[in-house]
Write a protein that binds this ligand. Structure first.
Ligand code: PMP
Length: 290
């Protein structure tokens, strides 16, 4: 964790970085966030993350109290102060303080928090040998109740699914929609490959429009590999040649087993490995300097 964390209107030392117990983010998970990577002092896909943050905020009618460019500048400042060359940023905008009710008109000062950190979610072995997934009972929230495309602070749905996974000894879970289509994992998007074609659940099935997901779409297009966003059921995953998951924190992880079915030959697939290589190339070279 960085020694400096931005809260409200200035940077604080880690020990003194605190938010009010009356903040709606704390009381109700009322707010939005982003998880962003920086590699070699360059913020990766910075605009994509910021656009998604502003879009999420717009949908929940939260006014981000900073102009887009000012906000970006502040985030760069946070990275510079951290002294980290490679790392992860948690950027949060919560509704701010009000009373104990739900009336957003009483919340006049949304609260910005920026936490630079270093993280390693999975051991190297998971990247080399692949991971196993389990489908869990908790369903992805309905588009019509809380759109899973909003990257909101309210992650209890995903946390429930993660609890179910870890209770059974798995680090990541597959979440289905109410009618049984594959949506995504608790913090990652999912892809499978069959006969040279890449498939991923369409966002209308509850998948977050992941920045890493978009990058896979881009890499596939560039390499003239057919990629399809569609309706996927577990049968498709069990019988796939390859499966992998993607996310800013996890990057790209091969999947070798789902619900006790061996995927492909039980080893990370060659196409996924090529995508991972290309992904690494792009993260090494791209990004907005801080
Ligand atoms: N799905 C969910 C539910 C997520 O929280 C995330 C981000 N951690 C992703 C997918 C992956 O999105 P991205 O590639 O933008 O990190």
């Amino acid at each position: 964790m960085s020694e400096y964390i931005y809260v409200g209107e200035k940077f604080y030392s880690k020990e003194n970085a605190k938010v009010s117990v009356l903040d709606k983010g704390y009381l109700y998970g009322d707010g939005v966030f982003e998880g962003i990577r920086f590699y070699n002092s360059k913020i990766f896909r910075f605009d994509e993350h910021m656009v998604r943050l502003y879009d999420s905020a717009k949908v929940i009618m939260l006014n981000i109290p900073l102009a887009y460019d000012e906000f970006k500048e502040l985030i760069k400042e946070a990275v510079r102060r951290s002294g980290f060359v490679d790392g992860y940023l948690r950027v949060i905008v919560s509704r701010g303080e009000g009373d104990l009710g739900f009336d957003i008109r009483k919340c006049l000062n949304p609260c910005i928090v920026i936490i630079p950190a270093q993280l390693k979610l999975y051991p190297q072995e998971s990247y080399d040998n692949g991971i196993s997934l389990i489908t869990v009972p908790t369903r992805r929230s309905l588009n019509e109740s809380l759109s899973p495309r909003i990257k909101s602070l309210n992650y209890l749905n995903n946390i429930m699914a993660k609890i179910e996974a870890t209770n059974h000894g798995f680090e990541e879970a597959i979440m289905l929609t109410n009618d049984g289509f594959v949506a995504e994992c608790t913090a990652d998007n999912i892809f499978h490959i069959k006969n040279g074609i890449i498939y991923t659940p369409a966002t209308y099935h509850g998948a977050l429009e992941g920045i890493t997901r978009n990058l896979i779409l881009e890499i596939a297009e560039k390499n003239k590999i057919k990629i399809v966003e569609t309706s996927i059921v577990r049968y498709d995953l069990y019988t796939a040649d390859e499966v992998f998951i993607t996310g800013t924190a996890a990057e790209i992880l091969p999947v070798i087993n789902i619900d006790s079915r061996v995927i492909g030959n039980g080893k990370p697939g060659t196409m996924a490995s090529k995508l991972i290589e290309e992904f690494r190339n792009i993260t090494r070279n791209e990004g907005e300097p801080v």
